[in-house]
Design a protein around this ligand. Structure first.
Ligand SMILES: NC(=O)c1ccc[n+]([C@@H]2O[C@H](COP(=O)([O-])OP(=O)(O)OC[C@H]3O[C@@H](n4cnc5c(N)ncnc54)[C@H](O)[C@@H]3O)[C@@H](O)[C@H]2O)c1
Length: 334
């Protein structure tokens, strides 16, 4: 049976997800947006005639199996919960919610209805990231990671920069990519504590545009993560992560590992062979692979990873980072 998929939001990233759905041969069943002009354009482009002003009105009509939620962050939880309660499987964009409390409610709705919840932490589907994860077993125990999610001389505008719509700024938008990538490469440990310094120094927003956070994980590793919009510099493309192991080092973009157990030994460099620099940092194929995985999980009735619980872990770290920055204290995560 072909999955009948719907889209909440008709902006930048849902065009990419709808393209992915077309590429995968899914049935693009319906679209939701409160703005008819934008919805009509989206409907025309992707051949979707069922168009609704709200998720609730779409649910009343039925005939949809799954929903992709790519609206401003404050709508992620209510739209996802409404869809899950109606038995629709949901893939929701990152950050999955405004905060961990909302994320918990989304997980509860998924548990109760049995409908699947996936969070679109897209870097888990990136070939370079997957290669580094595979190679990471050669690095010995990983002691620390260093990563960033940063836009240089650029940043988003509109709802992204307003706390009541976005929840947080560059940390919730870009830092979370680096956070989830570090956690994925470390084998999905649980966070123990967070220390952060986050601020707004480049623009006049009520959300943050720069930050650093240090996360201590329950496997003993520590992650250092930078977030930013409008920064004068970043160590490379929009997002990357390095791994420091007892017996070697690994990095993304250019993606390679270097194995050397002692100073006397020759460094054994293993190159990934992936193109660098890439033509596009976030190519369509990344989102095709992500949606393909979501659909496979729906077909096999298998809980996805990154699922709602992974999204919740990230939200807990982001919440703790803001609290740490506000109080100047290390925040313990339970
Ligand atoms: N993983 C990635 O690579 C990636 C990239 C970009 C954005 N995102 C995430 O995706 C989400 C959307 O970002 P975007 O860049 O597409 O934003 P956007 O502003 O381009 O799109 C948001 C869309 O939501 C619509 N919308 C607003 N209120 C609505 C409502 N009540 N009902 C239905 N639709 C409504 C807007 O009209 C717009 O079409 C964000 O959470 C963002 O963090 C992820």
């Amino acid at each position: 049976m072909t999955i009948r998929i719907a889209f909440a939001g008709t902006g930048y990233i849902n065009k990419v997800h709808a393209q992915a759905a077309q590429n995968l041969g899914l049935e693009l069943a319906a679209v939701v947006n409160h703005r008819p002009d934008s919805m009509m354009e989206f409907g025309k482009r992707f051949g979707i005639t069922r168009q609704y002003e709200s998720v609730e009105s779409m649910l009343k009509d039925g005939g949809v199996d799954a929903l992709v939620v790519s609206t401003p962050n404050y709508l992620h939880a209510p739209q996802t919960v409404a869809a899950l309660n109606a038995g629709l499987h949901v893939m929701v964009e990152k950050p999955m919610a405004m905060n961990a409390l909302e994320a918990e409610k989304m997980n509860e709705a998924s548990e109760k209805s049995g409908a699947l919840l996936m969070v679109a932490h897209c870097w888990r589907f990136d070939p370079d990231v997957l290669w580094l994860k595979e190679q990471s077993s050669k690095l010995g125990r990983i002691i620390r990671t260093k990563g960033y999610g940063v836009h240089t001389h650029w940043g988003p505008s509109g709802w992204f920069t307003q706390k009541r719509f976005a929840g947080g700024g560059a940390m919730a938008d870009m830092g979370i990519h680096a956070l989830d990538t570090a956690r994925f490469l470390l084998g999905d440990p649980q966070p123990v504590s967070v220390y952060a310094r986050i601020g707004t120094h480049y623009k006049d927003f009520d959300v943050d545009d720069t930050g650093v956070i240090i996360v201590e994980w329950d496997n003993g590793a520590t992650s250092y993560i930078e977030s930013g919009w409008w920064q004068p510099h970043s160590d490379g493309l929009e997002a990357a992560t390095q791994l420091y192991g007892k017996e070697g080092f690994g990095q993304l973009f250019p993606t390679k590992v270097e194995i050397r157990k002692t100073k006397e030994e020759r460094i054994d460099v293993i190159e990934s062979g992936f193109e660098f620099p890439r033509k596009e940092h976030c190519p369509q194929s990344l989102y095709d692979d992500q949606l393909k995985y979501f659909v496979e999980c729906v077909e096999k009735k298998q809980k996805p990873t990154p699922g709602g619980m992974d999204g919740l872990v990230n939200m807990k770290v982001v919440d703790a980072a803001y609290e740490s920055s506000r109080t100047g204290k290390v925040i313990t995560i339970k």
